[in-house]
Design a protein around this ligand. Structure first.
Ligand code: FPP
Length: 236
């Protein structure tokens, strides 16, 4: 396990390959998503063990609404079940739940369960688990720009004073540190509209395996790889 000083404070994960994992086994896609939820549980435990402060998971992108209605519904039900069943466990593990994204687009019942779990875990102080739901980074950046423009137009903000910190303060992640490590499974070399602003200096680690095959040991391996990297933030 890496030394505490080289532990990433924030890990973000693009959980990819649930569908292909299921297809390889002749199973319906939903079986892949179900198995993927188990990998989520393992990652939460691994992050707690490592002392990671934030874990952000790309659970549902704004583009995922374009999937067949049956799959969208199944994913929402899976999320609801996760929120219902895991809330006690999150409390026991002192994990705080948060969510980023266009949460208004979620079905009302899903949103209610999400809000309930967020409120219930709000006082927890170990790991913060951030679910990116109905999330799209370009939309997030456009919304930030729109809110700054509105304040400027209303005379509440001098455009000359806008800097990176001002901009970041209008993103969903305003009070969350940028990810240090971005993990993606299933071997794809893409960032897929995920935290585009926030991953500017993140170290990227790609796993060939599909998300349901991603276990605790893989998260430890990613953390070890991170510890071996020399982060320069553009300097020498
Ligand atoms: C990507 O696999 C995965 C998703 C779009 C959904 C992620 C959801 C989970 C891991 C399950 C539940 C999560 C929580 C937080 C309870 P894909 O379907 O795009 O796979 P493919 O590229 O092989 O088709």
């Amino acid at each position: 396990m890496p030394s505490p000083s080289s532990i990433p404070r924030h890990i973000a994960i693009i959980m990819d390959g649930n569908g292909r994992w299921a297809k390889e086994r002749g199973l319906p896609r939903l079986a892949g998503h179900r198995a993927g939820a188990e990998s989520v549980r393992e990652c939460v435990e691994a992050c707690k063990e490592l002392g990671v402060e934030y874990l952000t998971l790309y659970a549902f992108s704004s583009e995922n609404w374009n999937r067949p209605a049956a799959e969208v519904t199944a994913l929402m039900l899976l999320l609801e079940r996760f929120l219902g069943e895991k809330a006690d466990e999150l409390m026991k593990q002192n994990v705080r739940l948060r969510a980023i994204g266009h949460l208004d687009r979620l079905p009302e019942k899903t949103r209610r369960k999400l809000d309930k779990a967020i409120n219930r875990t709000a006082g927890n102080t170990s790991l913060t688990l951030v679910l990116a739901l109905s999330y799209g980074s370009r939309e997030e950046i456009v919304e930030a720009a729109r809110s700054l423009a509105a304040d400027a137009a209303a005379g509440k903000l001098d455009p000359a004073t806008i800097d990176c910190a001002t901009f970041a303060s209008r993103l969903y992640t305003a009070d969350i540190p940028d990810p240090d490590l971005l993990v993606r499974t299933s071997g794809e070399l893409r960032v897929s509209n995920f935290l585009l602003w926030q991953i500017s200096y993140a170290e990227i680690v790609i796993f060939k395996k599909f998300w349901p095959d991603f276990h605790q040991a893989d998260l430890f391996e990613a953390a070890q790889e991170y510890a071996r990297r020399h982060r320069r933030f553009g300097a020498l």
